[in-house]
Structure formats: structure tokens, C-alpha cells
Design a protein around this ligand. Structure first.
Ligand code: ADP
Ligand code: MG
Length: 683
């Protein structure tokens, strides 16, 4: 058979199975051949019964005798029990809840499973059985385990893939990666690798083969990034003259050494004609926004527009009002654009204006600084000439955003880019998405970080509340963060229910509630009352992690802390002590587990955001760094993001390929793959 043949003709695929496969997009033999196992069971060890050890997974081979089936318990569970004997010994074997084992009665069988000891005595617990005239597909080997496809289970899939491999000439599969690259980096060719991914001799071989495919995806990804880089280098950005004295005049404090160092890096970017793409990372309150303001200020002094985008409406508005005040004595025009309302600001004052008007002003170049949410890109805005784009708390690395903004600018020049984040990106991810050169980190905050962190269980709640009450009476403010806004059918705390409880418990204080979907006006009012210290306790969702900037805030409760990533928690806690105030954070582990506790303890021990990010990457995977929504990045790439060595190989390989032929014409299969996968990767 051919790889392009329909699955319909494969042995073991009847009309029913074929329809399911079709529904899931598996049409040809090749489609299913590229459906990879998600793990492997090592049943390769064939063990003599006398040598069985409790708990060890292995395969035994012997004759099954004394088989009887009966039901037990109130739920009438079917039990199949027998004795299996090989040349060395006998052992009891028990199947739970299955009818079929009876067919193996008095047969010689292979059984994969493990020896256990419990209330049924000492016996062998089987996972898989095969008779000795079957080929060993499902046991006595390293067995691939697949995720179900609809109702087709792993065993069925394994069988079908086995049959496919039997019926094709695997050499038909041609490798898109040039052979010299495979050889240089020590990967198997695609035909061999695919066989070993499904039916390896051992686990190591399986993993090595799988790597070949992860490498392929990373390679494509790197080719994309390098090509974009190359294209960018062929374009020009506005050359910005830096007005150092003006900057000094407008700042009413001196930059810290760390801030100065990073400001120098940003200045170099702006002064050069190369379009820059810098990632600016630093803890909450480390002064990222200050540096962004300075960059923006200089860009405006050079008669270019600046764009500042924030992830939420609240944060965008805060930026707008902050900028309004900051530039109050300057002749600089500010615009705020959101889907709900728009402002025009100057000289410390602002007015509400229509979207049409503000768009017109922007188009004519009358607005110097445009502030809005990331949805600015969705609006049909045409900029006059943008010199810089600053993206605040942007998790998705700005590749798309940049492309879109470049399209939108009328000018020939490409703006400089700065992405700010308080969630530092682990080195592996940084390498994939940026070069080392383009990352600036502010390593210290201008004010000391004086937060005492407590990880507490439900039992301590009363005590914690009493403590907080005392503090609030002395003028402190408390924020309570819940993972959910609405009540769902589970134990996880939500803003609305918690708000009601807290209102009762802290009845002597004014309590507020804040969450993303509230009306802008309501949010504004709440925030104002928070600023004036009228509201003492604010119950909110994690929107606060990037938003609030409050002077009296020095108390925090995080509910269900086990549900947040470490970096997320770190950011939330970072809201405290912004101005060096002594603060307290109580992390409630509403589901107290030792593992959860140990993970959170890292917060107390390692106050370094980057280290926490590395832990998150290890424990929770890269998803954390791409935001909640589907990143669109394929599984294999995500898998590869954990593997620094592999990333570096892919990077080198991409450089070599581009230096040989950046059009990929001499690598037609690679070129094809690049076009196909590129679409998946970059939308
Ligand atoms: P980030 O954007 O990293 O969260 P900001 O730039 O908003 O941090 O800075 C946090 C606060 O600290 C702001 O109110 C800012 O004015 C203030 N700040 C920053 N750097 C200094 C400094 N060197 N001296 C005094 N105050 C500073
Ligand atoms: Mg900030």
C-alpha cells in the first residue's frame, strides 16, 4: 500500500472505525503514522515467576489454569481468577471487572502487569494479555500508548498502526530535513525515526526518535524567526536623538544604577537605524514604565508618534492618567482608545471624545502618544508615523502584533518595539523568541521588597482575619484575590461569594469588589475609592496582578494559591510594598497538599522572578508563559521548549540552512513543510 492510500483499506479498520478516524481528520495511512504515542509502557522485561518482585511492571509467560469467574460485592464486580505457571513457579492472577479473560483458559499466554499484595492476597495484576501465536505488539516489549481517538482506544490504535507499518514501504517517506543537517546533529532519518517512535526496541530509542520530530518543528520555528529577523534588518527604523537634559528635568527622582544600565541599552536601540525589538523585564515596581516613558518622551521630541498597549482596560486607563500627569507641563497630546470610550488629553486635562474624532486626530498626526488595550490593533486606526510601540505585559512575544502594526503605519519606517513584562521568560524560551542581545532586565527594585509571605491552611483562617482586622484599623488596605469570579460547582473560591462572606465578617469596614467584566464606570469608582483609602478591603480576581498601583496597599490574601503559577503569585505579591511599605501576604492553600506547599515555599525562599519562572516551566510547562488562551503553538514545539540543548541545535541548524540558501529552493521538501507548518505556527 501507499502512504497516501485511504485508511479504509487497512486491516483492522472497519467502516465504524474508519468513520471515527475520518471525523478526527485521519484520512490516509500517513495521517495516522504521524499520530504519536504520548507515553510508553515498558513491558519488555520477561521475568520468571519465581523472580517476580512486588510493584515491578514486567511480562510473564506461562500456562493459565484453574480459571473461574465470579461476582463480588454490592456492585457485582466480575472477578476472573486463575493460576499461571511457568517453568519456575506458579502465581495467582486476578482480572477485575472484565469478562473476556475467560477465553485464555488453559492457554499459554504472555501477560504484562505487576505483582501486588493486598486484601486479595499475593497475585499478579494483568494489564495486557496475548496468546503465544500472536506477534508481540502489546506486550513483552516497550509498548506505545496513544491518546484515544474518539472511541478508539490505545490498543486498537496500536494494532492499526502496526498493520500500517506491515503493509507499506517506509522508504516512501522522504525526509524534509537535509541529510547533512541530520548527520551533523545526530538525528535519524524520518523513515527510521517514525518506525522507532511507534515500535522501539527500548525507551531510549523511542525518545531519541521522537526528538527528531521535535527538532523538526523547532527548526521550522527558528527558520521563521530568523527570516523575520533578516527581513527586519533590511528595513529601517527612525533614528531618535536623545535629549538627556529634558529627561532629567521631567523626572523628579534619580534613576537607580540598574535603571541607568537598562536605559543605556534602550538608548542604543533608539539611536540606531535598526528596528529594535527589546524585551524589558523586571519585577513589578522596578521601573519599567518609567523607562518606557523616557523612551516615548524622546520619540515624541523627535516628532514621531508613540503607541502604548496594555493587556486590560483598567491598566490602559491607569497608564493614560499616569502619563497625563507626567506630561502635564509639556505640550504633548495624549489619546486613549478603547472599545468603550476615548479620551483626548493635554496639559494635565482630558476630555471624552468620539472614536471617529480620535482616529482622525491620530491619522493626522495630532496625537503624540496613543494609549489603549491590545485591541488597539483590531481598531481600524491608521497612524501617521509611529516611532515606537511599547507593549505592556504582553505574553505572546509580539510577533503578530508587530506584523500588524507595521502594516498599519503609513510611513516607510518600522517602529522600535519594547515589550515589558514582570514575568521573566526562562532562558530556553527567550532563546527561541529573542536573541540574547535583545533582553534587558532590571534586576532590583528602587524600593526594598518588604513582604512577609505566609502559606496557610484553612485552619488558620480565623487567626489571619483577626490579624488583618487590627492592621486595617491602623490604616492598611487589604486585597483578597480569588481564582474565579463566578460560583461553579466546586470548592474553588470565587469573587462574588467571597465578597458576601467578607462583607459579613469585616462588617465594620467598607468592602469593594472588582472583576474584569464589570462596567468601566463601576471599576473606576471602586479604584478611586481604593486610592482614597475609603474602601478597606477589595475582593477581586487575578486581574489585579497587572493592574493596581496603590500606595496604602500592604495586605493581601490569595485564595486557592495552589491554582496559580509561581510567577503569577510573585506578580500579585509584587503589588505590595511598591513604595517600601512593610507588607503581609497570606497564601491560602484551600486544598492543602505537601506537594503544593513545597512548590509555594519557593516563593519564600527564592525571591528571584527568573528562578521562579524556571520552576514554573519545569512543573507546569510552557503554557504558563503564553497566557491562558491556546497559544496555537503545536505540542511538539511546546515539548521542545523544555529542552535547551535541542533548541540550540535547532537554532544552529536554522542558521546553517539560511546561510546556504535562505530561499530554501535547494530544499524543496523543507520549503513545502515551512509553508505548511508556518501557517500553523504563525497564523
Ligand atoms: P513597573 O512598570 O516596573 O511596575 P514603575 O515604572 O511603574 O514600575 O515604577 C513603580 C513606581 O516607582 C512608580 O511610581 C515610579 O515613579 C517609582 N520609581 C521608579 N523608579 C524610581 C526611582 N529610581 N526613584 C524613585 N521612585 C521610582
Ligand atoms: Mg507596570
Amino acid at each position: 500500500m501507499k502512504l497516501s492510500d485511504s485508511l479504509r483499506y487497512v486491516k483492522g479498520v472497519g467502516p465504524k472505525i474508519f468513520n471515527i478516524l475520518k471525523d478526527y481528520g485521519f484520512l490516509t495511512l500517513k495521517d495516522l503514522l504521524f499520530y504519536f504515542p504520548f507515553r510508553y509502557d515498558d513491558f519488555s522485561k520477561l521475568v520468571n515467576i519465581k523472580d517476580l518482585k512486588i510493584g515491578q511492571t514486567c511480562t510473564i509467560y506461562g500456562k493459565l489454569k484453574n480459571v473461574r469467574q465470579f461476582k463480588i460485592g454490592r456492585r457485582r464486580l466480575i472477578i476472573t481468577q486463575g493460576i499461571i505457571t511457568d517453568k519456575t513457579a506458579s502465581i495467582k492472577i486476578i482480572w477485575f471487572g472484565q469478562r473476556h479473560p475467560i477465553v485464555f483458559k488453559d492457554k499459554e499466554i504472555y501477560v504484562a502487569g505487576k505483582l501486588v499484595k493486598d486484601k486479595f492476597g499475593l497475585y499478579f495484576l494483568p494489564f495486557e494479555v496475548e496468546t503465544n501465536n500472536q506477534k508481540n505488539i502489546h506486550l513483552a516489549r516497550t509498548v506505545p500508548v496513544y491518546r484515544k481517538i474518539g472511541k478508539i482506544n490505545s490498543k486498537q490504535i496500536r494494532k492499526i498502526i502496526f498493520n500500517i507499518i506491515q503493509s507499506i514501504d517506509i522508504k516512501e517517506l522522504k525526509d524534509p530535513i537535509p541529510e547533512f543537517i541530520l548527520n551533523k546533529f545526530g538525528f535519524k532519518k524520518i523513515d527510521e525515526a517514525i518506525l522507532k517512535v511507534h515500535f522501539p526496541e527500548n525507551l531510549l530509542e523511542a525518545l531519541e526518535s521522537r526528538k527528531r520530530f521535535v527538532f523538526e518543528d523547532l527548526l521550522i520555528f527558528q527558520l521563521k524567526i530568523l527570516k523575520e529577523r533578516k527581513m527586519l534588518l533590511e528595513k529601517k527604523a527612525p533614528q531618535i536623538e536623545i535629549y538627556e537634559e529634558e529627561v532629567e528635568k521631567i523626572l523628579n527622582f534619580e534613576l537607580t544604577e540598574e535603571q541607568k544600565r537598562v536605559w543605556n541599552e534602550i538608548k542604543e536601540d533608539l539611536k540606531s537605524q535598526k528596528p529594535s525589538n527589546r524585551l524589558l523585564q523586571g519585577d513589578v515596581g522596578s521601573g519599567k514604565t518609567v523607562l518606557a516613558k523616557m523612551a516615548i518622551f524622546n520619540v515624541v521630541l523627535n516628532n514621531y508618534q508613540a503607541v502604548l498597549m496594555a493587556p486590560t482596560e483598567i491598566l490602559a486607563r491607569q497608564h493614560f492618567f499616569d502619563f497625563l500627569e507626567f506630561f502635564a507641563k509639556k505640550n504633548i497630546n495624549l489619546g486613549f482608545v478603547s472599545s468603550k470610550e476615548c479620551f483626548f488629553g493635554q496639559g494635565g486635562h482630558f476630555i471624552k471624545i468620539s472614536k471617529e474624532k480620535i482616529k482622525n486626530h491620530i491619522f493626522q498626526g495630532k496625537i503624540d502618544i496613543i494609549i489603549g488595550t491590545h485591541s488597539l490593533l483590531g481598531e481600524k486606526i491608521i497612524f501617521q508615523k509611529v516611532g515606537i510601540v511599547v507593549i505592556d505585559e504582553q505574553q505572546r512575544f509580539g510577533v503578530e502584533q508587530r506584523a500588524k502594526l507595521i502594516e498599519k503605519s503609513k510611513s516607510e519606517l518600522i517602529p522600535h518595539f519594547i515589550s515589558m513584562t514582570a514575568t521573566p521568560i526562562p532562558r530556553t524560551l527567550a532563546l527561541v523568541f529573542y536573541g540574547d542581545l535583545d533582553i534587558s532586565t532590571i534586576r532590583e527594585r528602587p524600593f526594598p521588597f518588604l513582604v512577609k509571605i505566609f502559606i496557610v491552611s484553612e485552619k488558620k483562617r480565623e487567626k489571619v482575619y483577626e490579624f488583618l482586622k487590627k492592621k486595617i484599623k491602623k490604616g492598611s488596605q487589604l486585597v483578597i484575590i480569588c481564582p474565579r469570579v463566578e460560583e461553579k460547582n466546586d470548592e474553588i473560591k470565587n469573587v462574588k461569594t467571597e465578597y458576601q462572606k467578607i462583607k459579613k465578617y469585616f462588617s465594620e469596614f467598607k468592602i469593594g469588589m472588582l472583576y474584569a467584566k464589570m462596567k468601566v464606570k463601576e471599576k473606576d469608582e471602586i479604584l478611586k475609592m481604593m486610592e482614597k483609602n475609603e474602601i478597606k478591603v477589595l475582593v477581586t480576581s487575578s486581574v489585579i496582578e497587572v493592574g493596581l498601583n496603590l500606595k496604602n496597599l500592604n495586605l493581601m490574601i490569595i485564595e486557592n494559591a495552589e491554582r496559580f503559577g509561581l510567577t503569577q503569585l510573585y506578580q500579585m505579591i509584587g503589588r505590595l510594598s511598591r513604595y517600601g511599605l512593610e507588607s503581609y501576604a497570606f497564601l491560602f492553600l484551600n486544598k492543602f497538599t505537601k506537594k503544593g506547599y513545597i512548590r509555594l515555599k519557593a516563593l519564600k525562599e527564592k525571591r528571584n522572578a527568573l528562578e521562579l519562572a524556571e520552576i514554573d516551566l519545569k512543573l507546569r510547562g510552557p503554557g504558563e508563559f503564553f497566557g491562558k488562551e491556546q497559544s496555537g503553538i503545536p505540542d511538539l514545539v511546546v515539548e521542545g521548549l523544555k529542552d535547551l540543548d535541542l533548541i540550540e541545535k535547532a537554532k544552529k541548524a536554522a542558521e546553517i540552512i539560511i546561510s546556504v540558501d535562505s530561499s530554501f529552493k535547494s530544499f524543496p521538501l523543507l520549503s513545502l513543510l515551512y509553508t505548511q507548518k508556518g501557517k500553523i505556527l504563525f497564523g
